[in-house]
Write a protein that binds this ligand. Structure first.
Ligand code: PLP
Length: 447
């Protein structure tokens, strides 16, 4: 029997799943009626389900599988680490070699202002950490009034209460009393949907200046930080106009507030630079990371802490009352180190910048010719097709339900290709190891 053949038929697995498992971001009733899709194995950019169907993983899992699936080198590194030290924590002035090695490696790979990392288990925990770190920093600086963090509507920063609050997904605020106090949201730089009659550049400036308006309204002495994804991912791959980030940089410097670039999706080569901040030439003070850090082999994330913030902690701080049992888990660190070594050896970031990135972008952008496509956008290896009922019509096409979402039900496995649907956009974010032939297949199956 081949290693991956299924011991149980799909229907049986689905029944057991529906009986015992509440899934994240899932309509549990619909799942019970329709059954879940069961992925049984994966290799490279390909997934196989319990019926033996193969799909091109156009979403790199959940925007995380940079080096592709099934890399034995990572499996072996984790095995070796677990055989040597399965677990010990990094609390109370203890640590272990893989945490030391990974922290050092991240200091090398990230922009020069970052020399230290705080380890966490996920992107959500990273933003939870950001929330406390911003407040602690300003307390230490003697400006404890600066409690407000400004985020953006439709931004996504995770699913903990802090992440959900910093994020601007209204549906996630619906459970009551959210966002938590001290969080404020401004407009997103979504020209296609919200730019009205402005040109992209005019709109980029307008959206950035919303930050300045908000700071003035709240009171500059009360604002501690601005948080944003370099390119909004889960919000629909919103690529900001060129004028946006330079203006944001000017404003955060003018008011001396911390800039938090959430690199959970954009980090680790997604835009063709190691970090999205580098792509846009911005200099964040804090940088949440996760996903591509380990290519999803094991759960690990972190917050990169700039010297500005770290020095306040070192020179003025007492204990930082925050941490997770699995902060810097040895096996997860080993997975991340092996993953980063593969990325460096195979020059995957350079590949996105000058090979597979431009190759796929050209084909993707040509999809704009399709009568139902209003915009085909892509940067690095992350893209969206914005669907419209008629060419040249930028009004929200299929709102409010979102026809694409209905068709694809948030994620689509149609046509042997995995894509996401966000409102009226179809989204891709494939592994960085995608070959040219696989890029051709991806585009063919999108049409
Ligand atoms: N931040 C961003 C930008 C994300 O896209 C995500 C997840 O998609 C998160 C944070 C949360 O990460 P996690 O799901 O690992 O908690």
């Amino acid at each position: 029997m081949p290693a991956h053949s299924n011991l149980y038929p799909t229907k049986d697995l689905q029944a057991r799943d529906a009986a015992h498992h509440i899934h994240p971001f899932t309509d549990t009733g619909a799942l019970s009626r329709e059954g879940s899709r069961i992925i049984t194995h994966a290799e490279g950019v390909w997934l196989t389900d319990s019926d033996g169907n193969r799909y091109l993983d156009g979403m790199a899992g959940l925007w995380c599988s940079q080096v592709g699936h099934g890399r034995k080198e990572i499996v072996e590194a984790v095995h070796a680490q677990m055989s040597e030290l399965d677990y010990y924590n990094t609390f109370f002035k203890t640590t272990h070699p893989p945490a030391i090695e990974l922290a050092e490696k991240l200091a090398e790979l990230t922009p020069p202002q970052f020399n230290r990392v705080f380890f966490v288990g996920s992107g959500s925990e990273a933003n939870d950490t950001v929330f406390r770190m911003v407040r602690t920093y300003w307390d230490l600086m003697g400006e404890g009034e600066r409690k407000v963090i400004i985020g953006r509507w439709n931004g996504y920063h995770g699913s903990t209460l802090a992440g959900t609050s910093l994020g601007g997904m209204k549906a996630m605020h619906s459970q009551g009393d959210l966002p938590v106090p001290g969080v404020h949201h401004i407009a997103q730089p979504y020209w296609f949907g919200e730019g009205g009659d402005m040109s992209p550049d005019e709109f980029g400036l307008w959206a950035a200046r919303e930050l300045e308006r908000a700071i003035e309204e709240i009171g500059p002495e009360k604002v501690g930080a601005f948080i944003a994804e370099p390119v909004q991912g889960a919000g629909g791959v919103i690529i900001p106009p060129d004028t946006y980030w330079p203006e944001i940089s000017r404003i955060v410097k003018k008011y001396n507030i911390l800039l938090v670039a959430d690199e959970v999706i954009c980090g680790f080569g997604r835009l063709g630079t190691w970090f999205g901040s580098e792509y846009y030439g911005i200099e964040p003070d804090l940088m949440p990371i996760a996903k591509g850090l380990s290519s999803g082999y094991l759960p690990i994330g972190g917050v990169m802490v700039s010297d500005r913030v770290a020095n306040a902690f070192i020179e003025r701080g007492g204990e930082f009352f925050h941490g997770y049992t699995y902060s810097g888990h040895p096996a997860c660190c080993a997975a991340a180190i092996a993953n980063l070594e593969i990325m460096q050896r195979e020059k995957l970031v350079e590949r996105v910048a000058s090979d597979i990135g431009p190759y796929l972008q050209a084909k993707w952008k040509a999809l704009a010719e399709h009568p139902l496509v209003g915009e085909a956008r892509m940067v690095g290896l992350v893209g969206a097709l914005e669907l419209v009922p008629a060419k040249g019509d930028r009004r929200k096409a299929f709102a409010p339900v979102g026809e694409v979402g209905t068709l694809c039900r948030d994620i689509s496995f149609n046509n042997g290709l995995v894509m996401r649907a966000v409102r009226d956009s179809m989204i891709i974010s494939p592994p960085l190891v995608l070959s040219h032939d696989e890029a051709d297949i991806l585009v063919e199956r999108t049409q």
